[in-house]
Ligand binder design. Structure first.
Ligand code: GDG
Length: 479
């Protein structure tokens, strides 16, 4: 058992909430980075005076703990080989596709797994070093599923929570993983395992029963050593008030007007904002939009599709292939259907400041979110938070976690192109009374269930877990 450090709340995530930047004079500095996890956790960390352990990206080796913008950050280093095997390999080419309904084919390589184990071990050792006696450690996401048990082995005094930001797959898919049992046992090191949706937590409990042989009852798992593990859904959310405030600001209002102007003041602006990822259904939605123009239901004189695709995982092959595919498709649509000064699709492959995101949300009449599978999808919630006038339409995939809460959206199946086309048309032609009724209801949900409520409820439940169940439990039978 290692000796305790001084942090009472430790967040352990693959990435630190900052990126490296180089100033004009060449000095290296940091900047807050975009992404779902960061957006969600930053306020929690500030409120609890915690420490964040994570990788800052890149191959830099000699990094010391530092403070940035009031956050205590502990940088983890990664070698070129680990970036390839742990990050691009096992995390993003094995687990990511496997957990997203095998939308792409997962690859299984033993050297990737070995690297996953080694990196998880290093993160666990660092958490063991910085956490104070009896501290709460909150481990995040699919890259670090072995950390809870590795950490518990070193520091049984800690309260350990784990939250999975992406879907947890059904047994039928999870079973493919050669290391399925190790992953389940890794997660069972936590006192509380959180998922986006009840379906994910049920999949997990069922797998633990079948594959590890532990006794379970509803959302509880009874371990032979007397510990109880709870598995429960905590749908993640956004800083809704923060987004609304930003959207209401004069500069964002002006910027939204400029965006519409630059697009030629069309009647309908459709908008997609995603990390460039094959789970997000970008191709399908652009195809649907293109067909609507082709069929004569929409006209490039009064409709445009703005698609922002933030660069992501660019060294992973599947992502490079997708980027080329989108480039080609946008070229086709604009070449075939656009007119001079009127492209059908305005495509931006770049990352944008938060103000620009808010301006885009304000400028858009129809927000189009069509993933094949998505843990939650914060973009859908951000759009809702920014529509303080109770207008604007949301077209949302049934397969995004957000669809569970945002029932008043136009819900679509992204595999059904015709259904998607009808929904896009309906949403763009909806009466303002209908839009208001839907948006008002969705806004109530998003404002009430914001990211602070999400974090509070996870941390409260984590604090309430009774470490020992005191029940006699049969020994684990192996599957
Ligand atoms: C994972 C899960 C789950 C995007 N481009 C820019 C930018 N963003 C911000 C958005 C939003 C976030 O990134 C994306 O979050 P999503 O939820 O949409 O998707 P993932 O990145 O796949 O997130 C997802 C999430 O984790 C949280 O648990 O909901 O299901 O896949 O906040 O606004 N932000 C800025 N510039 C950009 O160009 N500033």
């Amino acid at each position: 058992m290692s000796s305790p450090g001084s942090a009472d709340l430790v967040i352990v995530a693959n990435r630190l909430p900052v990126d490296r930047v180089t100033d004009d004079d060449g000095t290296p500095g940091w900047r807050t980075s975009p992404g779902g996890l960061v957006t969600a956790l930053e306020p929690v960390l500030r409120a609890n005076d915690g420490t964040w352990i994570g990788w800052p990206g890149g191959e830099e080796q000699d990094l010391e703990p530092f403070e940035f913008d009031g956050l205590d950050l502990v940088p983890m280093t990664m070698s070129a080989e680990e970036i390839e095997n742990f990050y691009e390999g096992f995390s993003n080419a094995t687990l990511w596709p496997l957990y997203h309904d095998v939308v792409a084919k997962p690859e299984f390589h033993r050297e990737w797994w070995d690297s996953y184990v080694a990196v998880n071990r290093r993160f666990a050792a660092k958490a063991a070093e910085v956490a104070s006696e009896g501290a709460t450690v909150w481990v995040h996401d699919y890259q670090l599923q072995l950390v809870p048990q590795m950490l518990r082995d070193q520091r049984p005094d800690l309260r350990i929570g784990f939250y999975l930001h992406i879907p947890f797959p059904p047994a039928e898919l999870f079973q493919q993983l050669p290391w399925r049992r190790q992953i389940l046992e890794g997660l069972l090191g936590a006192d509380l395992v959180g998922f986006q949706l009840t379906g994910g937590s049920q999949n997990f409990v069922r797998l633990v029963r079948q594959r590890v042989g532990h006794k379970t009852h509803r959302d509880l798992i009874y371990l032979p050593d007397g510990r109880t593990v709870r598995a429960k859904a905590f749908p993640i959310s956004i800083d809704a008030a923060g987004f609304e405030e930003l959207a209401r600001s004069e500069s964002v209002g002006t910027r939204a007007g400029e965006i519409r102007e630059a697009l030629g003041n069309p009647r309908t602006v459709f908008l997609g904002i995603d990390r460039l990822d094959y789970t997000k259904g970008i191709i399908a939605r652009l195809r649907a939009f293109g067909e609507l123009i082709e069929d004569g239901h929409l006209d490039v004189e009064d409709a445009v599709f703005v698609q922002v695709a933030t660069p992501s995982r660019e060294r992973v092959e599947q992502y490079r292939i997708l980027r080329d595919e989108i480039d080609r498709l946008v070229g086709h649509i604009n070449g075939d259907l656009g007119k001079i000064g009127r492209p059908a699709v305005s495509y931006l492959h770049a990352s944008h400041p938060r103000e620009d995101m808010a301006a885009l949300y304000r400028a858009a009449d129809v927000m189009v979110v069509t993933p094949y599978r998505d843990g939650m999808n914060l973009v859908a919630k951000e759009y809702v938070a920014c529509r303080f006038d109770n207008d604007g339409a949301l077209v949302l995939s049934e397969f995004a976690g957000a669809a569970d809460e945002l029932r008043q959206a136009w819900l679509i199946n992204p595999y059904d192109i015709n259904g998607m086309k009808s929904a896009l048309l309906e949403a763009s032609r909806a009466q303002s009374r209908d839009l208001t009724r839907r948006m008002r209801a969705m806004r109530r949900t998003v404002i009430q269930h914001d990211v602070a409520a999400w974090a509070d409820s996870f941390l409260e439940d984590l604090a309430a877990v009774r470490p020992s169940h005191g029940k006699a439990v049969r020994p684990a039978k192996r599957a």
